[in-house]
Structure formats: structure tokens, C-alpha cells
Design a protein around this ligand. Structure first.
Ligand code: PLP
Length: 409
């Protein structure tokens, strides 16, 4: 008898399943709005010019393909700390006091996995993590497969397509002391709805009073404002809360998949804020013990590219331009879809959320029945009505707006 005889078939991944359907579709006008990866104005994947330059430098300078240390290359970690924390007075103070432990990671997913394991082994508080409703589906899978449980806090108001601020604050207020709380740093996936900085102040106030452990996930740094450093403003508020003694700790997961277009290279980082240098040494030593049996050490090609982008001034400036190009295109596609729906098709629905939401995704408010009708028209999106704005370009926006208009009127 096979050892796997009783293995049942798992349900298909929602997004990957859509891509299969999309690939089988022979309609030349078909549109894929499922996948969360940037596409250029011709609907094609884009290698960032800054990353191309970094590849050229790397080919000339790389001397080995040796293993890197368990927590990644020391140069990578130093650059990450300077970039994420060194641009802010409170962050600098944390750096000077050696209160930041960082590690290279296998992109954002790997960072979240390692953080989940670390929380499972070492967090003294509750092991039930509060996540926004809704959130990226893999958040729940990663946390739960690491032996934690999850509960939802109210986040999105499905009636108004806005933040449910009252519900969110109430649910955090009712959290158990020390409970970990997952927050999206910016460009919330799937809704595109972010709290304002003032609203984040109120959130940080509850997190501090209730002694909760913020788990900040930053997968779209740069896509909110068009500048990756400006998008750290939330992180700066967390740094300040820690330096002021209001908040004890927070942890961060960060990804270069989207903002450097390094999806398949799998490069990102995690960091944990500690109370002092001695605690940092202890935390770092245990972090190594967590990582070593999972994957020994991280991949090094992508991280070498990141090192070049972050340390070569000309390439760094090019990267800032590249991020702006991507973010500007997403903003202009939101506007183009809005204008086409409202001005060309006179669609009666309120589409203002399309303009207000940030980042790669828009929660359209389309219901599963309308989504099914869109799929019949070769427009592929998840049943929750989320569309990836990156899948829109000038040549397909009319087909898309027409299809949306047909299924909503
Ligand atoms: N967090 C969020 C909210 C995401 O949307 C994603 C990717 O879609 C990730 C983390 C991690 O992605 P990656 O593992 O490719 O860095």
C-alpha cells in the first residue's frame, strides 16, 4: 500500500487556477487581472533598468558563488538596516543602540515564515495572530502551518469600500494582552485600502496601550507614494513609538519582489526590534537556530543585485526612477479605467474607490456572480472582485470597461 494512499486532493490555488483558465482561453482580447506582478504599458513583464545595470556590474565583479551566512550576507544586512531604518532619527537611534536584528530572507513569504516560527518558539504572549479581514490568503496559511492560530480583526467595510476604522480599533481594543497583530505597511492586499498616517497613530496608540506585538508586512514599499523611502513613513512611526517607550517591540517582513521586480530571485528581509544590544545578540543566535534547519542559508544572486542597487549611487537613483515609473503607471491606469467607465460608458456605480485605493490592487466591489460573468467574457479575476491594476494597459482598457459595464448594468 502506498504511503500516500489516503492523501486527498487539495483545493486548487485560486490565483494559479485562474492563470490556467486564462492560458487555455483562445479569445485574443482576454485579460488577466489575477496575478500580482507588474506589467508594462504593453502588458509585458518588466526587468527594471536599475536591475539590468546591477546585473552588468555583478557579472564583472562576482568572484564566487559560495554559501552566505545563515542570516544572509553581512553587507546586505547592513544596507537593509541603513535603508529601512537609517533614514529616520528614531530608526537611527535604534541602530546606534544595536536594537535591530535583521536577516536576509527568501522574499516576503520566507520572512513571514521565519517570523512565524520565531513567534511560535519565543513569543511569551498569545500564539493567536490577529489578521485583517480580508488579508493576503497566504498570511493565514503561513501562520497556521507554523503552528500558530489566526483570528480576524475588522478592516474593510464591504458596504462603503472604505476602511472600517471603528471596527478595527474596537477589535484591537478587545485583543488579549501581548497578542501579535499583522498589519500591512502600505498598499493593502487585496483591498488597496490603507489607513492614513493619522489613523495609524490611533492604531499605534491601541497597540501600545494593549501591549500588542505588531507584525508589519511590507511587500509594496514604493507603490503607495511612488518613492520607497517616503513609503517608510509608517515604519518611522513605529520606530518613534519604540524609542519613546510606548511600544516594546515590533517585527517587520520586507520584500524586493515587487519594488525591484525580483519576484523569482526571492529576496527580502526580516527584522526584529529588541530592548537592548544584549537582547539582540540572544535573538540573533536563536534566529540562526530557526533558519538553519529550514533552508540553511538564503539564495545569493538576488541579494547581490540588491546590494549593488542600494550601494551604487547612480544605480540607486535609477531604481528610484524605476519605482516611480511603475507606481505612476498604476495610478494612470486607475484613472483611465475610471474615466472610461464613467465618461464613455456612463456606468451608474460609484467608482471613486478605484481612484482612492493604493498600489497594485483594487477591490472593485463586484460580487462573485458578476465576476463569473466577467470570466465568461475572458476577463480573469478572483471571486472576491480583486483586480490587479498592473494587468490594465491602454489597448485593453476599453474591452475591460465595456465588460464591467455589461455585468453591472
Ligand atoms: N505580503 C503580501 C501582502 C503580498 O501580497 C505578497 C506577495 O504577493 C507577499 C507578502 C510576499 O511575496 P514574496 O514572497 O514574493 O516576496
Amino acid at each position: 500500500v502506498s504511503a500516500w494512499a489516503k492523501v486527498e486532493k487539495a483545493p486548487a490555488d485560486k490565483i494559479l487556477g485562474l492563470t490556467v483558465l486564462y492560458n487555455q482561453d483562445t479569445n485574443p482580447s482576454k485579460i488577466n487581472l489575477g496575478v500580482g506582478a507588474y506589467r508594462d504599458e504593453n502588458g509585458k513583464p518588466w526587468i527594471l533598468p536599475s536591475v539590468r545595470k546591477a546585473e552588468e556590474v555583478l557579472i564583472k565583479t562576482e568572484v564566487n558563488k559560495e554559501y552566505v551566512p545563515i542570516t544572509g550576507s553581512p553587507k546586505f544586512n547592513e544596507l537593509i538596516k541603513q535603508t529601512l531604518y537609517g533614514n529616520d532619527p528614531a530608526g537611527k537611534q535604534l541602530l546606534e543602540q544595536n536594537r535591530i536584528v535583521s536577516s536576509q530572507s527568501i522574499s516576503g513569504t520566507g520572512a513571514l515564515k521565519v517570523l512565524s516560527e520565531f513567534i511560535k518558539y519565543f513569543h511569551e504572549g498569545p500564539k493567536d495572530v490577529l489578521v485583517p479581514n480580508p488579508t493576503w490568503a497566504n498570511h493565514i496559511a503561513i501562520l497556521e502551518r507554523s503552528g500558530l492560530t489566526t483570528s480576524k480583526y475588522r478592516y474593510y467595510d464591504f458596504n462603503t469600500n472604505q476602511l472600517d476604522k471603528k471596527g478595527l480599533l474596537e477589535d484591537l481594543e478587545n485583543a488579549a494582552e501581548g497578542q501579535p497583530v499583522l498589519l500591512h505597511a502600505c498598499c493593502h492586499n487585496p483591498t488597496g485600502v490603507d489607513p492614513t498616517l493619522e489613523e495609524f497613530d490611533e492604531i499605534i496608540d491601541v497597540l501600545s496601550r494593549k501591549k500588542l506585538l505588531p507584525v508589519v508586512d511590507m511587500a509594496y514599499q514604493g507603490f503607495r507614494s511612488g518613492n520607497p523611502i517616503d513609503d517608510l513613513s509608517l515604519l518611522f512611526r513605529f520606530n518613534k513609538a519604540v524609542v519613546d517607550g510606548r511600544l516594546d517591540n515590533f517585527v517587520l517582513s520586507q520584500s524586493f519582489a515587487k519594488n525591484m521586480g525580483l519576484y523569482g530571485e526571492r529576496v527580502g528581509s526580516l527584522s526584529l526590534i529588541t530592548s537592548d544590544a544584549d537582547e539582540s545578540v540572544r535573538v540573533k543566535s536563536q534566529l540562526e537556530k530557526v533558519i538553519r534547519p529550514i533552508y540553511s542559508s538564503p539564495p545569493s544572486h538576488g541579494s547581490k543585485l540588491v546590494e549593488i542597487v542600494l550601494s551604487d549611487e547612480a544605480i540607486y537613483q535609477q531604481w528610484l526612477k524605476d519605482v516611480k515609473v511603475m507606481s505612476d503607471r498604476l495610478v494612470s491606469m486607475r484613472k483611465l479605467l475610471y474615466d472610461t467607465l464613467k465618461n464613455k460608458y456612463n456606468n451608474p456605480l460609484d467608482w471613486s474607490h478605484l481612484l482612492q485605493q493604493k498600489g497594485m490592487f483594487c477591490y472593485t466591489g463586484l460580487n462573485p456572480e458578476q465576476v463569473a460573468k466577467l470570466i465568461e467574457r475572458s476577463v480573469y479575476l478572483t471571486s472576491d472582485g480583486r483586480i490587479s491594476i498592473a494587468g490594465i494597459y491602454e489597448q485593453n482598457v476599453d474591452y475591460l470597461a465595456n465588460a464591467i459595464h455589461e455585468v453591472t448594468t
